[in-house]
Ligand binder design. Structure first.
Ligand code: CA
Ligand code: CA
Length: 441
C-alpha cells in the first residue's frame, strides 16, 4: 500500500509540477489487489481485481512490450488470471497506463502467503527495460479449519481423547454441509459425521472424540477430516505401555527375565505391500532404568574389524540405534530435526564386548561410551540386544512419557539393511515419527 500511495502522490506531483519531472527518466509500477472492506486475508475460489499501474516519468512516450503477472508460493499454485482491461500499447510522457486482471486463487491454495509479481517490459528512448513490483497476500481457504490438538496421544491422561475443531467461513454465503470423519483403522471417531451451518464470516466450534478400536498396535494413526473443499487430518498415536517387570531384569544377553513385558514387532515393508517381521523389541522400567530388549533375525552376524570409528565403521557392524524424544515435542519441530532434549544411543552388537554409545545429545552429534549396562548374545540365527538406560538420561520426561524410535542396522559385511520401529532415523532425522512410550503404574 505504501509504495502504491507513494507512486500515486508522485504521479499527482508530476502533473501539478511538471518542472519536477525534469531529470527523472524512470518508469514505475504499482500493483493493487481489490479488497472488500477491512479484510485480513484473501480467500480461494473468489475473483479479485488486480490493477497494474505503469507510470511513465520519462520525457518521451514509451512502448509497452510485455506485461506479466506470476505467483510465487510454497506449493507452486496455478493462478487463474483473465485480462479485464488490456494494458495500452504506448504510454505518453508523464501519463499512467493501467491494465486490470481478474485473478482467482485456486482451491488448495490456502492457507499460505503468496507473492504476486508483476513485470512490465517496455521500450523508452529506443532502449528495452523492465520494471517489477510485488505484493504478499495471505490466502485462506473459504472454510478455514483449526484443530486442537493437532496430535493426540491415546490414553495419555484420564480424560477422554477429544479434539476441538473450529470452522471459519470466509465467504459471504451461509455454508451448510457436513463434516465427515474417517480413520486409518485401529481407532474410532465419534461422531463420524456432523451437519454444520456456518454464517458468512462466522465461526463454529465442534468437538469429536477418538478411542481405540479393539486393541491397536502401538504406532501412528490418523483421523481424516473432510469438509468438501477443505480437508485436513489429525495425527493419533497409540503409545506403548511399558510396565514394571515381575522379577529383576539382568543385563546378560539372556531373555528368560522378560516374560510378560510389552512387546512390539519390528517390520519392514517389502514390495510396497507386505510386512516382513525381522524382530521384536520389549520394554520395561523400574525406579532407576528403562530396559530394552531387541531381538533381530540375522543369519549373518557381522562385526567390523575397523575399530577406529565404531559408529561409522567401514564395513559397518551389526548395530541398533535407540532415539528418544523426552518431551514428545517432535511434532512441533517444523524442520523435523532433533531438538535439544533429544538423545540417541547406538549399540554395537559384539558378544562379550558390546558397547552402547551416546551418539546425539544436547543438540549435537557425539560419540561417547555410556558405561550403561548393555549385553549382546547370539542364539541360533538371532541377535539379542539387552540394555538398561538410566531414566535420568532421558529427562526431562513429560507425564512419565517419552517418544522412542528404534533402527536396526543388519550388516553382512558389505551391505546394510535398515529396518525401523517408529521411524525418522533411517533417512532424514524426524522425531515426529517417534512413538510415545508410557511408563504405566
Ligand atoms: Ca536378561
Ligand atoms: Ca547381520
Amino acid at each position: 500500500m505504501t509504495k502504491f500511495v507513494a507512486a500515486a502522490i508522485l504521479a499527482v506531483a508530476l502533473v501539478a509540477m511538471p518542472v519536477l519531472a525534469l531529470g527523472s527518466d524512470q518508469c514505475s509500477l504499482s500493483m493493487e489487489v481489490s479488497t472488500e472492506g477491512p479484510i485480513f486475508n484473501y480467500i480461494t475460489g473468489k475473483p479479485y481485481t488486480l490493477l497494474l499501474t505503469f507510470a511513465n516519468q520519462t520525457k518521451g512516450d514509451v512502448t509497452i512490450d510485455k506485461v506479466d503477472v506470476s505467483c510465487k508460493s510454497s506449493t507452486d499454485i496455478k493462478l487463474d488470471m483473465k485480462t479485464a482491461v488490456e494494458a495500452p500499447a504506448t504510454v505518453a510522457a508523464g501519463a499512467n497506463g493501467v491494465g486490470s486482471y481478474t485473478v482467482t486463487f485456486p482451491d488448495g491454495a490456502g492457507a499460505q502467503v503468496l507473492t504476486l509479481v508483476g513485470t512490465v517490459q517496455y521500450t523508452a528512448d529506443g532502449k528495452s527495460q523492465s520494471v517489477t513490483q510485488s505484493r504478499n497476500l495471505y490466502v485462506s481457504p473459504i472454510l478455514e479449519l483449526t484443530m486442537l490438538p493437532s496430535r493426540l496421544i491415546l490414553g495419555a491422561s484420564d480424560e477422554p481423547s477429544r479434539v476441538g475443531m473450529s470452522v471459519i467461513n470466509h465467504s459471504d454465503q451461509v455454508y451448510k454441509s457436513s463434516i465427515d470423519l474417517t480413520t486409518s483403522g485401529g481407532i474410532r471417531v465419534s461422531p463420524a459425521s456432523t451437519e454444520i451451518t456456518v454464517e458468512p464470516n462466522g465461526l463454529e466450534a465442534f468437538m469429536f472424540s477418538v478411542s481405540p478400536d479393539g486393541n491397536p498396535a502401538p504406532g501412528h494413526y490418523a483421523v481424516y477430516i473432510d469438509l468438501g473443499k477443505t480437508k485436513d487430518w489429525v495425527a493419533v498415536d497409540v503409545p506403548v505401555n511399558a510396565k514394571k517387570p515381575s522379577g529383576k531384569i539382568s543385563i546378560d544377553g539372556k531373555t528368560d527375565d522378560w516374560t510378560g513385558a510389552s512387546a512390539v514387532a519390528i517390520a519392514r515393508l517389502v514390495d510396497g505391500s507386505k510386512w516382513d517381521v525381522i524382530g521384536r523389541a520389549r520394554f520395561a522400567y523400574d525406579d532407576t532404568n528403562f530396559y530394552v530388549n531387541v531381538e533381530v533375525n540375522d543369519p549373518t552376524h557381522f562385526l567390523s574389524p575397523d575399530s577406529k570409528s565404531r559408529v561409522n565403521a567401514n564395513p559397518p557392524s551389526d548395530s541398533i540405534v535407540l532415539a528418544f524424544d523426552p518431551l514428545v515435542d517432535g511434532a512441533s519441530a517444523p524442520s523435523g530435526e532433533y531438538r535439544a532434549d533429544d538423545v540417541e544411543f547406538t549399540v554395537i552388537g559384539a558378544e562379550g564386548g558390546s558397547v552402547m554409545l551416546k551418539t546425539f545429545a544436547n543438540a549435537k552429534v557425539v560419540e561417547a561410551d555410556t558405561k550403561y549396562p548393555v549385553a549382546f548374545s547370539r542364539n541360533g540365527n538371532k541377535s539379542i540386544y539387552e540394555m538398561a538406560i538410566p531414566l535420568s538420561a532421558i529427562k526431562p520426561m513429560k507425564d512419565n512419557m517419552f517418544a522412542l524410535s528404534i533402527l536396526v542396522n543388519d550388516s553382512d559385511g558389505t551391505k546394510v539393511t535398515q529396518t525401523e520401529w517408529g521411524g525418522g532415523l533411517a533417512g532424514k532425522i524426524d522425531p515426529r515419527r517417534f512413538v510415545p512410550v508410557m511408563l504405566t503404574k
